[in-house]
Design a protein around this ligand. Sequence first.
Ligand code: KIV
Ligand code: ZN
Length: 566
Amino acid sequence: MFRDKLKKYRPYQPIELPDRTWPGNTITKAPTWCSVDLRDGNQALIQPMNLEEKLELFQMLVDVGFKEIEVGFPSASQTEYDFTRLLVERGIIPDDVVIQALTQSREHLIKKTFESFQGAKNAVVHLYNSTSTLQREVVFHMSRQEIIDLGVRGAKLIAEEAAKTETEIRYEYSPESFTGTELDFALEICEAVLDEWDPSPSKPVIINLPATVEMSTPNVYADQIEWFIRNMKNRDCALISLHAHNDRGSAVAATELALMAGADRVEGTLFGNGERTGNVDIVTLALNMFTQGVDPGLDFSDINRVIDVYESCTRLPVHPRHPYAGELVYTAFSGSHQDAINKGMASCEKEKDEEKVWAVPYLPIDPEDVGRTYESIIRINSQSGKGGIAYIMDREFGFKLPKEMHPEFGAIIQQVLDEQGGELMSDAVYHTFEKEYLITEPCYKLKRFNVVKRHIDEKEDLSTAEVETVIAVHGKEETLQAAGNGPLDAFCEALRQGLGLTFTLQAYHEHALTKGSSSKAVSYIMITDSDEKEFWGAGVDTDIIVASIKALLSAMNRACSARQNG
Ligand code: KIV
Ligand code: ZN
């Protein structure tokens, strides 16, 4: 059945361009960006934006850095007309921003478009008519010449209106459905329109070549653009503009390849909103450039604000996996990814200076560059590993767990996840750590601790100490005294001699706590009990010696609990 359906379709015919040059090019500078969010994007919404929403989105587009903004189709809708008037009358358009409006090639629509611009400093009149083979045949029943005449008539009327207005007018022409049009015909009509507008290198006309419907692989669009540029008469009098829709899901790729083929300008929308599968996504295009070290000329350093305004104005969500912007795109759940990110971030931080090149596995961009915090990078579920858990403890709570401690704490978290399922939020990771290591004292509780004597012999490199301590053992207080090589060693001796405990101190780590209470320190201690079983403990205190005593008792308590629970 499926095979039968295939007979309905024909492959798109690629163009003959064996000496194409674009594959050898790279994108080294940003194009001129034109946002069509308020026209093409708006036109595709279930509920088009009202004046307030259009205004809010316009302001945000200006803040991001767009210098060309298609504000609507003023001759086609009263709201769009009113919006254009509102922008002009309230003096909202910055001097370095040009508004653009779309019109068909009909006298009353062109006149209405100019009327909507009255009082504006600068504006682009965007004329379009469909040129595609299919539409000529099945929609308009018009010959090639008739289609050219239609475009030229519109161009002439626009030039006449432009001569009458005070507004500085720039011209744009789109052979709509360019990618469904024979290339030679697309060129013929564009040149006929260009002749009407008498462009010059100092006053070039925008020739916008839309993939109104994306019909082929992106390389074919690039071939078409290279062919067009190579064959046009007055290349220096035109700005070649791209306008890709995303029917095959490759609008970003098509636009990038077409830029490599020599285009100057890109029309698109934020997050790819637009007819059907949308227009090309300018956020992705711009940030793709940014991650190649090319200044995109647009500022997405506060991507969350852009998302908020976009979502509230369009009533469309940004997909959680949307490149650079989605809620989950800086998040790793998988243990091996978390581990690699953790190591990459640590290596980047070690050499933090302006010259440092970003190189973190699985993260093509530093989330901070788009205003995302590191907190969301690693999230914990049953797929996560010990590295991710250690990352959360470090990044969010300032506990740099010793590497040898990761497996033990990782297994504790895994057990919690097995019991509760789903995701464990970072606060819950910390509370598990706190409960496991810092606050439970089922067997031994420190009541008092005193260093009674301390002797340091620098010459002999020798340190001795005598301590006195009171420990509640299952609630019964015991006063202990002992000496050793330093306070911790003396405390260990006190436990061994006074309580008859058998253990060996195997590892000791400490560091200052930089998050929360910065005057505190944390100690981590690993002991082995008489059965050679390993137990980690941790202790926090303003005094590093007390922190180490607490860490030892934490390990002893965990060993005692394990014995009690069999
Ligand atoms: O997709 C398209 O062809 C258009 C034109 C009006 C430029 O939006
Ligand atoms: Zn479009």
